[in-house]
Design a protein around this ligand. Structure first.
Ligand code: 13P
Ligand code: SF4
Length: 318
């Protein structure tokens, strides 16, 4: 089969299995286009958690990375949660080992612990409230200005939230290898070539990159902005999978993926997200494997800060 060609047999087989097994396919915007196209729901990290919490399906196939599968499992302990490739991890989640984070929390009594959703369930189990990039600002602002807060693990998102909320949260020193890779020089070069283009950036990018942005937001917020904007051209500074939905929603607009620093590659892909393929999705539905498992004791603690996030988001209409 040629690149870009549709695999109709595989798609038909996946749809049949999905029906037979009462399964739902949830996909993140960073998944390959063919996976986004077959999913029941495509969204950002917050939307994936919200859909998982609501679904009546018996099986959730989480086409994303491991922490997203864990979040779904913690919210739905009685459901089977599958992931096409169990090795789809996350460098940001890996930058925050649970034992070291727990020690850090212990060393700072009296601090409220806010963790980005890109963490393991074990990190969430020592967290007061989880946030995503869609709701981080509002959740931080829901605490009094003088609240002592630990924010982990993304130092770029933490710095950004500190700057827009005028807080001084204590930050864990973690980062995502994809978003850290964007290059100021290459974005400036692209801007010179496309002077009317607007720069859209995810808050996991470094502050030097965020300074160049016309709009900063989560994947869902970037998509919404691009769809509503009168501009015609956008330089997109996040994982390039989001371009699939941007282009679908605005077929006449031009979306240029911002390139990483250290390669000749034109766009920046998350190697973990891209481990999932249509073939692996088919196999995981057929054999109901690999399955996401979370230790029960950890899950019992981790569910509280996740539910707290969902409750606050609902109140805020997010
Ligand atoms: P959002 O989808 O919440 O913007 O998160 C981006 C991300 O890094 C997911 O891994
Ligand atoms: Fe993790 Fe970064 Fe990949 Fe998102 S893009 S899954 S934060 S490594």
């Amino acid at each position: 089969m040629k690149r870009g060609e549709k695999n109709n047999d595989l798609e038909t087989a996946i749809n049949q299995l999905k029906k037979q097994k009462n399964a739902v396919i949830l996909a993140h915007y960073y998944q390959k286009g063919e996976i986004q196209d077959i999913a029941d729901y495509v969204g950002d990290s917050l939307a994936l958690a919200q859909w998982a919490a609501k679904t009546t399906a018996d099986i959730i196939v989480l086409c994303g990375v491991h922490f997203m599968g864990e979040t779904a499992k913690v919210l739905c302990p009685d459901k089977k949660v599958l992931i096409p490739d169990v090795n789809a991890g996350c460098s940001l989640a890996d930058s925050c080992p649970a034992d070291r984070f727990a020690q850090f929390v212990k060393e700072h009594p009296g601090y409220t612990v806010i963790s980005y959703v890109n963490t393991t369930a074990a990190v969430k189990s020592v967290t007061d409230v989880v946030v995503t990039s869609t709701n981080a600002r509002q959740i931080v602002e829901s605490f009094p200005e003088d609240e002592k807060i630990i924010f982990g693990p993304d130092r770029n998102l933490g710095n950004y939230i500190n700057s827009i909320t005028n807080r001084n949260m204590l930050l864990w020193d973690g980062a995502c290898h994809v978003h850290e890779q964007f290059s100021v020089e290459k974005i400036v070069e692209l801007k010179a070539k496309h002077p009317d283009a607007l720069v859209l950036a995810h808050p996991e990018c470094k502050s030097t990159v965020l300074k160049l942005a016309d709009f900063i937001g989560s994947t869902a917020a970037l998509l919404k902005f691009a769809t509503k904007s009168d501009a015609q051209t956008f330089i997109v500074t996040t994982e390039s999978g989001i371009l699939h939905e941007m282009q679908k929603q605005s077929p006449d607009k031009t979306f240029i993926p911002a390139p990483p620093n250290d390669s000749t590659c034109a766009c920046n892909e998350c190697s973990f997200m891209r481990l999932n393929t249509l073939e692996k999705l088919y196999h995981c539905l057929k054999y109901e494997h690999p399955e996401i498992e979370v230790d029960l004791e950890i899950a019992k603690k981790a569910v509280k800060p996740i539910k707290r996030m969902l409750e606050i988001s609902e109140k805020l209409g997010l």
